[in-house]
Write a protein that binds this ligand. Structure first.
Ligand code: PBG
Length: 329
């Protein structure tokens, strides 16, 4: 059958009709809101390349958590800006580190009953050189060493779990980190803490604004020796298989919008829950268009999230989480 018997527009005639046949949805509970914790009190410092996103001291982050909980957001993802940095990134696994303090404070608030607290596990915000692993000088320069980094990541994950993280999310892209983190968690009484691994993470220009937000830009070189080449979909599938093999309970795909095909391929390949990260550059580019009046803000936000859900993501990390939850509510 074809036209004129078939008329696709019949099912688009009214909003109730469109709602009946709608295939994909976005709910506030599908959204995870990133939080950048900094030291001090009463600090709420806007990130210049990410209007509407702030570095927050712990007391301000508690308020933000309460707001997110009220709106029905699914959870928070924490990053930290430590007071000082060193070669090894010791602020990452310091039991009194900035994210550990934030986790304890929010865990003690009413908001934590409704929100999942997810801790990003990486060294780049804490190392003086800004790389995600241990740096070693070689004859002709330097390299980010894989194996010595694993212990530090395990220690970091365990420290974050003990401080109250419901989920730990390694984003460093070292080989073998999921197994190392699983074993560190299991040895330190955190066998029930799930790992959400950034299994498919590309070396992307779209992380630019985040590096201002988290003060984590590499001081020299780039991240191409550990994050994936943007051209490679099959390699992303290998990364995912390996991480699940090592014990990842869920995987995170990143970035989202320029990599929707990778999210779809992952969805068709594996059964574990999949999250996608609508990263800082995706947020900033939409915000720039909103500021210029070039896009309808509310519609573009929801459509961008719907597209990521339709590609196959179960949940989405997004800087629009609270705003989108308000729109959906
Ligand atoms: C840490 C990390 C980064 C992001 C999440 N975790 C930065 C990077 O890899 O350079 C990027 C998130 C964003 O751009 O919003 N390794």
């Amino acid at each position: 059958m074809s036209f004129p018997e078939v008329r696709m527009r019949r099912l688009r005639r009214s909003e109730p009709m469109r709602a009946l046949v709608r295939e994909t949805s976005v709910e506030p509970g599908d959204l995870i809101y990133p939080i950048f914790l900094c030291t001090g009190e009463g600090v709420r410092r806007e990130i210049s390349s990410m209007p509407g996103v702030f570095n927050l001291s712990v007391d301000e982050a508690v308020k933000e958590a309460e707001n997110a909980a009220k709106l029905g957001v699914g959870g928070l993802l924490f990053f930290g800006l430590p007071e000082s940095k060193d070669e090894q990134g010791s602020g990452a696994w310091d039991d009194n580190g900035i994210v550990q303090q934030g986790l304890r404070a929010i865990k003690a608030s009413a908001a934590s009953k409704k929100l999942l607290l997810i801790a990003d596990v990486c060294l780049c915000e804490y190392t003086s050189h800004g790389h995600c692993g241990v740096l070693v000088e070689t004859g002709d320069g330097w390299t980010v060493e894989n194996d010595p980094t694993l212990d530090l990541l395990g220690q970091t994950a365990a420290s974050l779990a003990r401080a109250g993280a419901d989920i730990v999310a390694p984003s460093d892209m070292m080989d073998g980190r999921v197994a190392a983190i699983r074993s560190a968690l299991d040895h330190l009484d955190c066998a029930d803490t799930p790992i959400l691994s950034y299994a498919s993470k590309f070396a992307s220009a779209f992380y630019g604004p985040f590096r201002e937000a988290a003060d984590s830009a590499p001081q020299f070189g780039d991240r191409k020796s550990y994050q994936m080449d943007a051209a490679n979909l099959r390699e992303a599938m290998r990364e995912i298989d390996l991480d699940i093999g090592e014990g990842a309970d869920m995987i995170l795909m990143k970035p989202a919008m320029p990599y929707l095909d990778v999210i779809r391929a992952a969805r068709e390949r594996v059964e574990v829950p999949i999250g996608a990260y609508q990263v800082s550059g995706e947020y900033s580019m939409l915000m720039a268009a909103f500021e210029k009046g070039w896009l309808d803000r509310d519609r573009a936000i929801l459509e961008s999230l719907l597209g990521i859900r339709r590609a196959g993501a179960d949940f989405i990390v997004t800087y629009f989480a609270t705003e989108a939850a308000k729109l959906l509510g």
